[in-house]
Design a protein around this ligand. Structure first.
Ligand code: ADP
Ligand code: MG
Length: 144
């Protein structure tokens, strides 16, 4: 089945990407949609205590990411006609999406995400995925 991987970090850009992935799936008469949220520990987490103390365990981070992914799906409206597979992965977003692109027909990302420099036209995740994916990449513009 035609498989669409969509990168979701909860930002408005990623919601636009998710909406576009749903549209694309409908145009194709259905598709497998895999909504992916990658997460990493902040840099201080690996520092010795007390700097790294109080950092949430992997399970808590994973659950928080799953909750954020669920919120993002709710924000665009979980459709009745399409099934959205939820994937939460520990790791940096670009390598995670590039790896999943091996079994995908299309990867969809927003041009911008949560972080980054406000002046940048294209986020670093979008750039890396566009350059390294194993299938075509669709970058949905977001210039909020
Ligand atoms: N942690 C993440 N998990 C999944 N997808 C992500 C993640 N971070 C970014 N993306 C995808 O990449 C797009 C661009 O984000 P990014 O390149 O990080 O730009 P910015 O520098 O503005 O944050 C997002 O709209 C989203 O589709
Ligand atoms: Mg980002």
């Amino acid at each position: 089945m035609y498989t669409i991987v969509v990168g979701v970090d909860g930002s408005d850009g990623s919601l636009a990407a998710l909406r576009h992935a749903l549209e694309e799936a409908r145009l194709r008469g259905g598709a497998r949609i895999r909504a992916v949220m990658a997460w990493t520990y902040p840099p201080f987490a690996l520092a010795p205590a007390p700097l790294g103390a109080g950092v949430a365990p992997v399970e808590a981070m994973d659950e928080a990411a799953m909750a954020a992914l669920e919120d993002a799906i709710a924000a665009v409206g979980d459709p009745d006609d399409l099934h959205i597979e939820r994937i939460v992965e520990m790791g940096r977003a670009a390598p995670v999406l590039v790896e999943l692109s091996k079994d995908a027909d299309l990867v969809v990302v927003g041009s911008r995400g949560h972080g980054g420099l406000s002046g940048a036209l294209l986020g670093s995740v979008s750039q890396r995925v566009a350059g390294a994916a194993h299938c075509p990449v669709l970058v949905v513009p977001w210039h909020g």
